[in-house]
Design a protein around this ligand. Structure first.
Ligand code: NAI
Ligand code: BUO
Length: 261
């Protein structure tokens, strides 16, 4: 559904699912801030150029979502440069491929800081900005099928995504009275850099050839093909737009038929 004069910020939007979400929201009529870490600036500015071609305003903001002050500053910059603030998509996340007995404190801390803390800082920054601007808004965060079922070798990742579901359910109830909807999307096996990494790391652990672990994962999908970033972006478009006004606290599976709620 078309929107007018609304502003969204997408984290981790330099590539993969975040890029597809940013482009889809621009097609829907949003002006979109592209947030990513500094080393992704060139890719992020490429997404900005793609959005400007669609005819919407866009800006790149360097922000590490694990740093609360950087998330606050990114939201402030988006609102100032794009002239409002209506939607945040807390999409940035990392995977970690490690047997449960081998996870170190440093590794656990790193994935927690990005996948959990990063989502909380996004929820807080967006809610504060909506309140400052005197209206409600939409908060949408990246979960995963691993938020609904724990996956071996992805245990810390799974636990971090369960936490995203928890924050989504609780924040939805706390923020409903302020006119803020809080939801999450739960993709399955999406063909991005993240799955290139998972496939390569699994290959090191189980000796299968590169591509084999991904193929086996995709073989289990009812709709019979790997998920594209654009498949995910369609669901985020719904959660960011007016058609989801009566939906809150939900984690929506978009996995081509892997898990059934
Ligand atoms: N690829 C998949 O199969 C699935 C991915 N997801 C989730 O979707 C989201 C996006 O994943 P993909 O696009 O596949 O990953 P990706 O690895 O292709 O892209 C992730 C983006 O997040 C950025 N990022 C990483 N750490 C960051 C930080 N500290 N601050 C700001 N940005 C940071 C990266 O620079 C990159 O641009 C993640 O939260 C992921 O967990 C969920 C289910 C399946
Ligand atoms: C990357 C991811 O979330 C899965 C479940 O593959």
């Amino acid at each position: 559904m078309a929107v007018q004069d609304k502003v969204a910020l997408v984290t981790g939007a330099g590539q993969g699912i975040g890029r597809a979400i940013a482009l889809r929201l621009a097609q829907d009529g949003f002006d979109v801030a592209i947030a990513d870490i500094e080393p992704q600036r060139e890719k992020g500015e490429g997404v900005v150029a793609e959005i400007e071609k669609i005819g919407r305003k866009s800006v790149f903001v360097a922000a590490d979502v694990s740093q609360k002050d950087q998330v606050d500053a990114a939201v402030d910059t988006a609102a100032e440069k794009l002239g409002g603030f209506d939607v945040i998509v807390n999409n940035a996340g990392i995977a970690q491929i490690k047997p449960v007995l081998d996870i170190t404190p440093e590794e656990l801390d790193k994935i927690w800081q990005i996948n959990i803390n990063g989502v909380l800082w996004g929820i807080q920054a967006a809610a504060r900005k909506f309140e400052e601007l005197g209206h409600g808004g939409k908060i949408v965060s990246a979960a995963s099928i691993a938020a609904v079922q724990g996956y071996p070798i992805l245990s810390a990742y799974s636990a971090s995504k369960f936490a995203v579901r928890g924050f989504t359910q609780a924040a939805a109830q706390e923020l409903a009275a302020k006119g803020i909807n809080v939801n999450a999307y739960a993709p399955g096996i999406v063909g991005t850099g993240m799955w290139d990494l998972i496939d390569a790391e699994l290959a090191k652990l189980n000796g299968k050839p590169i591509g084999q672990n991904l193929k086996e994962a995709v073989d289990g999908i009812a709709l019979g093909r790997i998920e594209t970033p654009e498949d995910v972006a369609k669901v985020v478009s719904f959660l960011a737009g007016p058609d989801s006004d009566y939906v809150t606290g939900q984690t929506i599976l978009v996995d081509g038929g892997m898990l059934y709620s």
